[in-house]
Design a protein around this ligand. Sequence first.
Ligand code: GLC
Length: 673
Amino acid sequence: MSALMDGVVRVERTGRQSIGGVAEFDGHVKLRPPGERYFGCGERTAGLEKTGTRQVFWNVDPPMGHTASFNNLYTSIPFVLCLHEGRAHGVFYDHPGRVELDLAKADPERVTVEAADELEVSVILGPTPADVLRRYTALTGRTPMPPLWALGNQQSRWSYMDAEELLSVAREFRAREIPCDVLYLDIDHMDGFRVFTWDRERFPDPAGLTARLRSEGFRVVVITDPGVKVDPSYALYEEGRSRGFFCLTRDGEEYQNVVWPGLCAFPDFLNPAVREWWGASHAGLVDAGVAGVWCDMNEPAMFVPWHSTMPDDAVHPGGGRPRLHAEVHNAYGSLMAEAARGGLARLRPDARPFVISRAGYAGLQQHALQWTGDNSSWWEHLWMSMPQLQNLGLSGIAWAGVDVGGFFDDCDGELLARWTEFGIFQPFCRNHSAMDTARQEPWAFGEPWESVCRDMLRLRMQLLPYLYTAFEACHRTGAPILRPLLFSYPDDPVTYTADDQFMVGDALLVAPITRPGIEHRHVYLPAGVWAQWWTGERVEGPAHVLAHAPLGQPAIYARCNTPIPLWPALQHTGEVPDSLTWRVFLGPSSGSGPLYEDAGDGYGPGCSRTAHVERVGDNLVRFSLSARSGSFVPPRRETFVEFVGADLLAVERVRLEETGESLVIERVVTTDD
Ligand code: GLC
């Protein structure tokens, strides 16, 4: 047993050992105390709790789509959060090849691991889930601060086929006053699917297109795939081939397989020189004003045989000693994302890189956000999105999102509206759909669905200061943004199975509707006093309640007396908010809420403030705002405090003279407030 870093202890391969007084191991076998329960495990299809299951860690483009019976998807994070009597620790089984964990399924007293190769097992000490996540992300890497625009609404489709189509989508957003910050170009923007190229007939002037969209407040993100078309007249291929940058067969030939462009070669991302080269290859996209890249098919996924990957015995020749693909398979996606991020950072040093990845390994969060690939426009998949994102958040990947509306199959108005009610709380909020499916832009199904989508996306824009603050906390501490209740309430075992509801930051609890035709659902509210977002009605937890959530009013509960910073509903993040409102749902206890602000991009200073609400006796509430710490000065704006009483009719809006110094206001309340 040896300490890797503060609070992280390596487990020896042999002998009995007690680690940190919280975990017993016999070699790499973890001995399970009665009642210990397991969570995390990265991107999964099933629910939140993993006790009594077998988990496979091997990146795939799943042949049957996302199903509960096939539990490994595009990323693998062999990390388990263990909870025992309210205390947490984590176990990280570090190996980028195939890993299988038996979490007390075969034997209720043991957690066993199988790996194709040597692996390192580390215990990450708690005692709270937040402590575990802080230490786990100190070990594997933290989520970088995203540019503010990346928190805005994003719209994609496989594919917007030409410049005119993209412009018309942009026009619709603005004409219909539906907020949107980012538009996507899928594979059809390329010349014969050759990565880093443009189809010049359909996109004759990429720089002109992005500049025009930029002037209307839109960024453009394009897809990149690792498969490089085998074509001697294609400079990227020729350069990669001549420099020995592609993976090989065991006989030393270039390894080739079919993806979108036809026969492709696959960069050996293990080699730092290849990552450098790949990163530099983004220059044309950056010159064309592209704001970020979306790394797809990087399991890597291949078409022969259908839904396969590189064979186990393919060789990664560079980067030190040659490695068999089987040894490093799960790392391929992370390494591609690392290459992209590095390239964007070097090419545009003043901007925070924006990289999406489908595949990856533990630590992917340092390089990219993760979107969860090809779900379907099914109610079941809307439900599944909740545990999926909570599992990722508990495994270090806080910046994540599923395709809002679902990718495969046809969406419909009600499903899109309900999915958008959920999607606005995803750290990454993007609507995306597959070729030959029903169009699913927010207006695609007419009214009343369009208005619901608009209202929800406007609410997301209002919540931006709150979300951005949660991102900053995540960046510093690894705390998930969309998180399970058990993250904050590990002492309350009812939260362990509450996988169809979640917290966003510390103050909001959200319980989406995930069935058609209904507008009521069960919600569990843990200890504390909560206010229903739309009515102000107060509920004291712990309590099981039946929430009424008609269309456009998803079940959202705010922690009382915890101030929530809101902006006006901007159309895009390029607009400057002219006000900041602290909304306080009044309640009996005291609370506080932070606000972090900076320029929204780049690496300049930020500033933080904390608002406190204190109940002083029965009839007085004291709201105080700490002095600004940090040298960033937000643009001039009006500041308000909005006190919401036990019903929304009792809202009182107070204007504050904001100076950046600390200030206190007091308000007389009735005992009902
Ligand atoms: C993959 C991606 C999907 C994309 C499609 C075409 O299926 O997961 O999002 O639209 O490829 O590029």
